[in-house]
Design a protein around this ligand. Structure first.
Ligand code: URA
Ligand code: SF4
Length: 211
């Protein structure tokens, strides 16, 4: 058994999305590749002005091989329209690129599971390579997993959401903003859902105003 040291070893030098995508299909940087169907790499234009980072592909994404094609993706698409962001200017990806799940003992259904800290760290080289290739103006973390991959484990979305964060050292780096994950809006109790959705739209409107 080869030691798993994260994705770094699999990331090619060539900085094109095609090269990265092809190489990511062979990634064995953590054990998630074993039970998932395929690597779900990011999608969108190479010159996207915004990169949006989710958590991990879901059941639909795992089967289709594309990010945000299920219910969370539909909600995100709707919120982007309301925020005045053209979907064609957005590259969408995930902090972790293989589906993580447990199997429901009775139904056999695959239930989404949050990636672990070590899986987030293992997969981070792919996310950094995507950002280095696309070089967006703004990077948006959708939820805590993406925020922790981008800003470190101490970052709290609850206290910093909606804030435009200036790059610290490198002027080449994009502006950043964290907001809630669209799945959190879907999971909110009926009475809270409208305000959770409005909050997401408001944060995305801040992103639009920064372009
Ligand atoms: N949730 C995510 O975080 N990413 C997807 O691609 C789909 C749902
Ligand atoms: Fe590689 Fe990321 Fe998949 Fe783990 S989750 S095998 S690091 S692509």
């Amino acid at each position: 058994m080869v030691a798993q040291e994260g994705a770094q070893h699999y990331v090619p030098r060539e900085r094109t999305l095609t090269a990265l995508r092809e190489a990511s299909a062979e990634c064995r940087g953590c054990d998630l590749h074993r039970d998932a169907t395929q690597t779900v790499f990011g999608e969108g234009p190479t010159r996207a002005r915004i990169v949006m980072v989710g958590e991990v592909p879901g059941d639909r994404e795992d089967r289709e091989g594309a990010p945000f094609v299920g219910p969370a993706g539909r909600l995100l698409d709707r919120a982007l329209v309301e925020a005045g962001i053209d979907r064609d200017t957005v590259y969408v990806t995930n902090a972790v690129k293989h589906f993580r799940f447990t199997r429901d003992a009775r139904s056999g259904r695959r239930i989404h599971k949050k990636p672990s800290r070590s899986q987030i760290v293992a997969c981070r080289p792919w996310l950094l390579a995507e950002l280095d290739t696309v070089r967006p103006e703004v990077v948006v973390a959708l939820g805590a997993t993406a925020a922790q991959s981008l800003f470190g484990p101490d970052f709290r979305v609850s206290s910093r959401r909606g804030e435009l964060i200036e790059p610290e050292s490198d002027a080449e780096s994009p502006l950043a903003l964290a907001t809630v994950h669209p799945s959190a809006v879907l999971r909110a109790r009926a009475g809270d859902r409208d305000s959770a959705y409005a909050g997401l739209v408001a944060d995305l409107t801040t992103v639009a105003s920064a372009l």
